[in-house]
Design a protein around this ligand. Structure first.
Ligand code: PHE
Length: 445
């Protein structure tokens, strides 16, 4: 197995940028705001922050540990660290399969963003009467060719970046796009909160209404937090395997989790005030961005055509960039496997994945039941299951000295040793129990 010749990310900032590039995506811009809207506003935000810090961050550290310790792809990682135990070998296969399933439908949503970007550039939203702008979405997704083509285009570009390799492809791409993304979201946020009537939206995000708190709030907040941090999908394990032995993984994990959290909150503040300003129901669901936000731009376009046009172009560009860095991390999991296990060339592996994910994505694009089933299966079942297995693996299968060793980067970061007992406790007990509870809450309530 090719461990000696593996590429490593160059330095801490590069690691954080690449991991944050994976984490920050549609989960933050598209999913987080509508989950906030569906689950009570500020209450959901508070629970989300707590879940991220107490559960998701420890799970994240556990996955980075597995990756770095094994220094190999997600499949071999479990097998190698468990000395080829058949059960954990099977788990490894699952961690290769899940990202590929997700990449297939994730790139379909990426394709929608691409289409909405073109629509923004051609001023379609401003030329459509505001009342009927939300119908554009239905017309687009039900047309046979357009969503298929945009999906393949989106996937194709993502695969090209992956084909460029870890250092010159993924690392470079994230280094450029992530700062741009933060800048874009800040511009949109400023535009959004300056709209008349936006104050209501800001209040909605800042003042909790505790009567909205239910067990489901925890379930959805934790699920969203896992999804947003790319946990339970082999992605963080794979990226962890590119982290050098001396790197302080506690600092890089915390840096990634905090930037992801910050970005989700910024996205909330960019979108909710605009939604309120336009008098749209915050609990509108998954269509919030593709149906309601263009409505906002269309309405604003009547009075402020130039600002509205620029903001809508920037907004959909931001979504594309965010989605692409995440999609890249999903594809990289399969590529690492095909190159190291099946001994394919990086290019060949990229082609194979383009064909596999492309075809499955076409199915998703043409049939919404297939799309919904895949999304449900991945985010409500497989993701939680894989995250649970990862923490159980670190907490119960690896001898305690291994995570300790990784936590302190083999003695290079001795100061981390002081918080190890707390994080180990969170990994070993708090995270698994929380995941099991959430899993059943999802099904029973
Ligand atoms: N974390 C990504 C997002 O927020 C989604 C994703 C999940 C990406 C799993 C990679 C792996 O959009």
């Amino acid at each position: 197995m090719a461990t000696q010749n593996r590429e490593n990310f160059g330095g801490r900032l590069a690691v954080i940028l690449a991991m944050a590039g994976s984490a920050i995506g549609l989960g933050n811009i598209w999913r987080f705001p509508y989950m906030v809207g569906e689950h009570g506003g500020a209450v959901f935000v508070i629970i989300y922050v707590v879940c991220t810090l107490l559960v998701s961050l420890p799970v994240f550290i556990a996955e980075v540990m597995i990756g770095r310790r094994s220094h190999t792809n997600a499949l071999d990682a479990f097998a190698r660290l468990s000395r080829q135990h058949p059960f954990w070998k099977g788990v490894g296969y699952l961690s290769i399969l899940i990202p590929l399933l997700i990449a297939s439908y994730y790139s379909v949503i990426g394709g929608w963003s691409l289409d909405y970007f073109f629509k923004s550039c051609t001023l379609t939203f401003m030329r459509t009467p505001p009342e009927s702008v939300s119908d554009l979405f239905g017309t687009f997704v039900s047309s046979p060719w357009a969503p298929v083509l945009t999906h393949l285009a989106f996937l194709g570009v993502s695969v090209l970046v992956v084909a460029g390799g870890v250092k010159s492809g993924i690392e470079k791409f994230s280094k450029i796009t992530l700062p741009v993304l933060f800048a874009l979201i800040l511009v949109i946020l400023t535009y959004s909160i300056s709209l008349p009537g936006a104050g209501e939206g800001v209040r909605y995000l800042l003042y909790p209404d505790w009567s909205q708190l239910t067990p489901r709030t925890f379930a959805y907040a934790l699920g969203q937090s896992f999804y947003s941090l790319s946990l339970g999908m082999g992605c963080i394990i794979t990226y962890g395997s590119y982290v050098s032995r001396k790197e302080n993984i506690v600092a890089t994990s915390a840096g990634t989790a905090l930037s992801d959290l910050l970005f989700a909150i910024l996205a909330g503040f960019a979108i909710m005030p605009a939604v309120f300003a336009a008098g749209i129901e915050p609990g509108a669901g998954p269509g919030l961005i593709f149906q309601s936000i263009p409505f906002v731009f269309a309405k604003m376009g009547v009075e402020l055509p130039v600002i509205s046009a620029v903001a809508s172009i920037l907004f959909f560009l931001a979504i594309i960039v965010a989605a692409m860095t995440s999609c890249i991390s999903l594809i990289e999991v399969g590529v690492a496997f095909l190159v190291e296990r099946v001994h394919m060339t990086r290019r060949g592996a990229c082609w194979a994945l383009f064909l596999a994910c492309g075809s499955l994505g076409v199915l998703c694009s043409l049939s919404s039941p297939v799309f919904d089933f895949l999304d449900w299966l991945c985010s409500n079942i497989l993701l939680l299951l894989m995250a649970l297995l990862a923490v159980l693996f670190v907490g119960f299968v690896l001898p305690r000295r291994v995570p300790l060793d990784e936590f302190t980067s083999r003695g290079h970061c001795p100061a981390n040793g002081r918080i190890f007992p707390l994080v180990y406790f969170l990994i070993k007990w708090v995270a698994p129990i929380a995941v099991v509870i959430i899993f059943f809450t999802n099904f029973i309530l």
